[in-house]
Design a protein around this ligand. Structure first.
Ligand SMILES: *[C@@H]1O[C@H](CO)[C@@H](O)[C@H](O)[C@H]1NC(C)=O
Ligand SMILES: *[C@@H]1O[C@H](CO)[C@@H](O)[C@H](O)[C@H]1NC(C)=O
Ligand SMILES: *[C@@H]1O[C@H](CO)[C@@H](O)[C@H](O)[C@H]1NC(C)=O
Length: 653
């Protein structure tokens, strides 16, 4: 090797390391600047373990260490300008990436990595509560890591030793004065009316919390120049509106800055001229920005204020070029010691967890929502046609006709052409999905289950309410049917939702692309022949967000991407007789997560087709006692085995 060549290579290696060494570097894009105000916020939500960033996606490739560096520069800028900067996080930090899911116990590295960021207001998501051990770690690790900043307005924890119910965090709310502007802030941290939590936590319905004396005291007696509501609640969900209304009743003009999560979308909602919510996406793709200007200090609640309040919002693509741009730095000046340390810690954790271990090579891209669910490039077609029939097989019943039903929400992300690693298995299928079944269900009943599960609102809500009353005597344990689908669909208001009321067997609602929230951006992608992955420059395609303030929220100007709705569940039919296409009975196989819904659907089917079994006898009423384990391990393990077997073990370079 010549000296000149060595020098040339060395010049390409950055002197200081930011982002993960294997991550794809970002491409430049036309940018919109941040609009600094009197008080400014950086918002993360639904990071789901993606603290290493997106190694395969250049525009989201910065990591948590880079965010630590970025926040330091932004704080310094705020100090110089005499304005305030606050960081908020609205939960679902866990489940969804090998960095969290691949260790035993889970999150062995992520709690320490996450706590390196100085966050001013933080709350829990639903994913911190599904498994009892996750809720334990939340109480014993995250809450002390963010002592005084972790707000649990409607969330309690049950101590396993004493059995006592205590607030998840001592703070139901927080009052403080900002550093420079000396504004009095009253902050809350909420979770939506979640009912799927493990038994060691208690979620109080939001509408009850806002009646609590402590809440009424906080909104009427504490000095407040600004209310800050952070919530693991979709920006358009009813719970958030209930909180807003409760505050507004007593505070007709105090500004309210609201930070929403859960729905995995970029969105901003205009509640009124002095109250705005922002939702900042998912998976650490987005760092949300909000600024508020025109806040007056020490206004009495009954003094009508004339001064207008100005809100601004921005959705920052999480990549180094954008972070340099917004912080006025470059590759040399950007990384701080602390940020680099965090980056190095993440690299070491990934190595320790063998996340780069290849399981196979995906022959093409398979999309979660960029294609219709039945398109050949949909991850759900891959599951329906191959993975479910070939990987979900019980040896002793391999030849029995079976119907495999899984909820689309169990699958979380796209599969990119190329290396499919240990990390990818957790990215695509992070949850502990166990495979259950009911043997020998009459096909006439079983065939109705999918249609019922995909019928959306009214039938499912009614069934869930009925089942809850049957088992607990009250509505409060009713499972929310929306949990079967992907969280992205929580974002839709009724008007936006083309299938909010009925699924009439006609599938067209799933075939129409949506661009942003209102499907209004013209693009040749609407011509279905144009869905050719090679037809577009690979980047910079990305979010083009249409929120209540228009189309200019994204920091980078993107080529818009289409987005398709998904049904709640999909089904694979296996071993059906070729002659008739209709077996007499099937093994009805499903994930444990949707067991209650499958049983409800069977019961609904049984009643709706009456006692008309072919032999004249009544159909059986199925209950939990009829459900058996189909396979011993988790779905993720069978999926990984399928990849190893079918996609070879190495990508040809
Ligand atoms: C939250 O739960 C309460 C109590 O069960 C219920 O009255 C309310 O309608 C729920 N709110 C939403 C938006 O679902
Ligand atoms: C980064 O900025 C510093 C200070 O402005 C400058 O000295 C340095 O040359 C820049 N580095 C690069 C890689 O542009
Ligand atoms: C970075 O890590 C080193 C070694 O662990 C430690 O000595 C140093 O204090 C850390 N620096 C910062 C700014 O965190």
């Amino acid at each position: 090797m010549t000296a000149a060549f060595v020098a040339a290579v060395a010049a390409l290696v950055p002197l200081v390391q930011a982002m993960q060494p294997d991550a794809v570097p970002p491409l430049p894009a036309p940018m919109r600047p941040l609009q600094w105000g009197q008080i400014n916020f950086l918002h993360t939500t639904d990071t789901h373990g993606w603290h290493a960033g997106h190694l395969q996606e250049s525009q989201y490739s910065a990591d948590w260490g880079d965010y630590v560096s970025f926040a330091d520069h932004m704080r310094r800028h705020a100090d110089e300008e005499g304005v305030d900067l606050l960081l908020v996080d609205t939960g679902d930090r866990v489940e969804g990436n090998g960095l969290y899911d691949a260790s035993t116990p889970k999150g062995q590295y992520t709690y320490d990595i996450f706590k390196q960021q100085d966050i001013d207001i933080i709350c829990s998501g639903n994913h911190e509560l599904y498994q009892a051990d996750t809720a334990d770690r939340e109480h014993h690790l995250t809450v002390p890591n963010f002592a005084g900043h972790y707000l649990a307005s409607n969330l309690d924890y049950i101590d396993p030793v004493t059995g006592k119910q205590v607030p998840m965090s001592e703070q139901r709310y927080r009052t403080f004065q900002t550093k420079h502007q000396k504004l009095d802030v009253v902050a809350f941290g909420f979770l939506f009316n979640f009912t799927g939590n493990a038994k060691n936590s208690v979620v109080q319905p939001v509408q009850e919390t806002v009646q609590e004396p402590w809440f009424q005291h906080a909104i009427s007696k504490e000095p407040a120049d600004l209310f800050v509501v952070v919530g693991h609640v979709g920006a358009r969900m009813g719970e958030l509106r209930a909180i807003y209304q409760a505050i507004r009743v007593v505070n007709p003009d105090t500004p309210i800055a609201i930070f929403a999560g859960h729905a995995h979308v970029r969105d901003a909602v205009h509640f009124d001229d002095r109250a705005v919510a922002i939702a900042s996406g998912r998976y650490f793709e987005t760092i949300g920005w909000m600024s508020v200007t025109g806040i007056e200090h020490g206004k009495a609640k009954d003094v009508q204020s004339a001064a207008p309040v100005k809100f601004a919002r921005r959705y920052i693509d999480n990549n180094l070029l954008g972070l340099y741009y917004h912080s006025g730095t470059n590759a040399t000046t950007f990384p701080t010691d602390h940020g680099q340390n965090v980056t190095a810690t993440i690299t070491a954790a990934r190595a320790d967890l063998d996340l780069e271990t290849p399981y196979g090579c995906a022959p093409q891209n398979y999309w979660l929502q960029r294609r219709p669910y039945n398109h050949p490039s949909s991850v759900f077609s891959l599951l329906r046609k191959h993975v479910l029939p070939e990987a979900i097989v019980r040896e002793d019943r391999a030849d029995v006709p079976r119907m495999v039903i899984i909820n689309t929400g169990a699958i979380r992300f796209d599969i990119f052409q190329g290396a499919f690693t240990r990390d990818t298995t957790y990215i695509v299928s992070p949850f502990i999905s166990l495979v259950h079944y009911i043997p020998n269900v009459p096909y006439a009943l079983a065939r109705q289950v999918l249609t019922i599960l995909n019928s959306q609102g009214p039938i499912l809500s009614a069934m869930a309410a009925e089942a809850a009353i049957e088992s607990t005597g009250s509505l409060s344990g009713a499972m929310d049917w929306r949990e079967m689908g992907v969280p992205e669909q929580y974002s839709m208001s009724k008007d936006d939702n083309p299938i909010s009321n009925h699924f009439n067997g006609d599938d067209t609602a799933y075939q129409k692309p949506l661009f942003g929230r209102k499907s209004a951006i013209a693009s040749d992608d609407t011509n279905s022949d144009a869905y050719d992955d090679t037809a577009r420059p690979p980047l910079v395609a990305g979010y083009t967000t249409w929120d209540d303030f228009g189309l200019d929220g994204d920091d980078a100007i993107h080529e818009p991407l289409p987005h398709f709705r998904l049904p709640n569940c999909i089904q694979a039919d296996v071993n059906y007789p070729t002659a008739t296409g209709e077996p007499e009975t099937v093994d009805l196989v499903f994930f444990d997560f949707i067991q209650r819904f499958v049983l409800m659907a069977l019961s609904y089917a049984e009643r709706s087709i009456g006692a008309a079994a072919p032999d004249g006898t009544a159909y059986k009423h199925y209950t939990g006692a009829d459900v058996e384990t189909y396979l011993e391990d988790k779905f993720t393990d069978y999926f990984a085995s399928w990849v190893k077997k079918n996609w070879g073990d190495e990508c040809a370079k």
